[in-house]
Design a protein around this ligand. Sequence first.
Ligand SMILES: *Cc1c(COP(=O)(O)O)cnc(C)c1O
Length: 414
Amino acid sequence: MYSKMKEFLKSELDTLLEQKLYKHERIIESPQAAEITVNGKNVLNFCANNYLGLSSHPELIKAAHEMIDERGFGLSSVRFICGTQDIHKTLEKKVADFLGLEDSILFCSAFDANGAVFEPLFGSEDAIITDALNHASIIDGIRLSKAQRWVYKHADMRNIEEEDPATGKMLKGLEKCLIEANEKNCRFKVIATDGVFSMDGDIANLKDICDLADKYDALVMVDDSHSSGFMGKTGRGTHEYRDVMGRVDIITTTFGKALGGASGGCIAGHQEIIDWMRNKARPYLFSNTLAPSVVGATIKCLDILTASTYLRDKLEENTKKFRKEMTEAGFDIIPGEHPITPIMFGKYDNCSALAVEFANKMLEEGIYVIAFSFPVVPKGKDRIRVQISAAHEPEHIDKAVKAFIKVGKELKMI
Ligand SMILES: *Cc1c(COP(=O)(O)O)cnc(C)c1O
């Protein structure tokens, strides 16, 4: 009975190929690190979320091994039946302390945490106010709740409504959305935002968001997946960076990026919210518990980050160096402080093809970077998104900048 669907999918897949939207995966034949093996060739990796270089850190690997020996491979259970070990409670406590919140609850991914967080808290009499560029998992999580939804123009805090010249759609600022939600007498309101937006590496203006939340009696929820572990002076996240620790009500984050890079995530927040999640959150109640090895290594990760800011400091230095040298070389870079460094191609002819060609040539130079084009980013905003890591040594950054300059000259960009 598959034949009709087979034909349909084949034709759809062909269309993706023709439109160059088909996602081809490069195969890595080594652990995740600054230097990886791709197609038998050693290359420097500049596109991983391995911000702190912990993905293959010897201490995390050792902690994972030890936890397999001490607590086994898996638990074959959800948390509330027989899937909670002492180590799960330890990790929940450590994550909450690290983020500066009362308690936390573990999930198998941040995608699950975002899928879980809205539905138990917000019903049809409530309002969720969400940034237009929020991560797919926040969008899906909101869809799973029955709450009323307002989408505000990315990072726009104002009380305005204006037409988007590109689409003709009316766009609202955050304050405008809050006023409308108040006029509807919504019971609870929450502002949901990414802490850092992954395409531009821009950082949510949590100070203004928290001020507006206070003014209009709303909660604040931040997904800090691209920040936890390194943003802010001690790496606690964007709430530390923006000096609003204690003012954010709910933080979701991943252990799959800076915090070890394996998998898992959490919701952290006020005690009652976390208790409610343990009783009501569906991806928690109906999905297996986090594997002991991942729990053990993530505990070790938080211990390392709490003991010293060395790794986040090194990441900050690396990021400054790369951004400075690339700007001096004449590349068009979105300014900022995040290790996500987008090199923009919009001002050149044929920018989509150029970005792809550039990335291919960089691989020949031994540098692994990825080009992003429409529909992942808006038309004309084609880019190569570089991600800096604390695993990089200054020589690695030098080599990458050199390769960028060589290829940039070859392609007559600089
Ligand atoms: C990566 C990411 C996620 C998903 O994290 P996983 O733990 O891999 O599911 C969720 N939200 C944001 C903002 C992310 O960047």
